[in-house]
Design a protein around this ligand. Sequence first.
Ligand code: 2NL
Length: 366
Amino acid sequence: MDYAATREEALARVAGAQDLGTLEVLRVALLGKAGSISSLLKTLGGMSADERQTVGPQIHALREGVSDALAARKAALESAAMETQLARETLDLSLPAPEMPRGSVHPVSQVMDELAEIFADLGFAVATGPEIEDDWHNFTALNIPESHPARAMHDTFYFPDQMAQHGQKMLLRTHTSPVQIRAMIADGAPIRIIAPGRVYRSDSDATHTPMFHQIEGLVIDKQIHLGHLKWTLETFLGAFFERDDIVLRLRPSYFPFTEPSVEVDVGFALVNGKRVLGGSGDAPGHGWMELLGSGMVNRKVIEASGLDPDVWQGFAFGVGVDRLAMLKYGMDDLRAFFDGDVRWLQHYGFSPLDVPTLSGGVGVRA
Ligand code: 2NL
């Protein structure tokens, strides 16, 4: 039998296959179980030993040759297909990337980040502490007397008596002042910190939620006076509200933990019925808005924190973070802050990629 002719014919058909499908059909027809070359191999079994000696290698060579040709043709067709695809498909690198669903930063978190940024530039560190506090750190150390209304059951969330620790009743902190007491005890003086966080009071209506956010600031050093307090508040409020015309009015007040105590009003203008901070509240069309409480730290509080009040003095202030957020970003209902409605968050939230920086702006909108 003329295997050379069989070989030529098979190679011609392989070379002629124009696509991978045709080539596969051809492979099965030649080398598959019932393929023509496979059938030739089977004829070896019926041959004499001599015949097989001469014919065997020829059939095997035929099979090898055809198999190699099939593989080469397959590789050629595949790379041709790839070339065609690459020529046809183009990547438009100028297209914007598809929008990915992305969460948003809650305005309270945004404002706390902004405040941390502003106060970091004034040399304040951020201090944190437990939300479940004891009676001593929350009240006693702050010179809040046993009879003070803030201590009453109906104003403060107390834990059951069995949960007392070291003889102290436990409660949900009503301000972040205990964080600052702990910081003074742990680190001593001088100290310059802000204490942002959640605080709790038994209070609930349109303008009060049982949980809200507060930020307090504390500076203890030698020779600190009310002038430092006023400058610090003016600088912080100017940076926060991004205005250079913030005017403050300081009024004498009373807090057990400060002496003297100072309530701080900020001047605003009425623009289309909305309050816009800036300018003196005494100017025509202007008014004063009470914004925060502050004062020189009471010497009894400095003493309770383990420091000598004849050496160390300082100022402290406290302000509601939720209130600051509402004033800056224009929300009018405090309760929506804590409803967890994603539509509200999409509207008032901030891009997680917009990290506030003093140079880039602290209130950049998404
Ligand atoms: C307010 C405003 C205030 C403080 C908080 C404070 C903290 C320490 C010592 C002294 Cl450790 N004072 N914080 C001072 C004045 C006001 O909060 O309206 N509170 C009722």
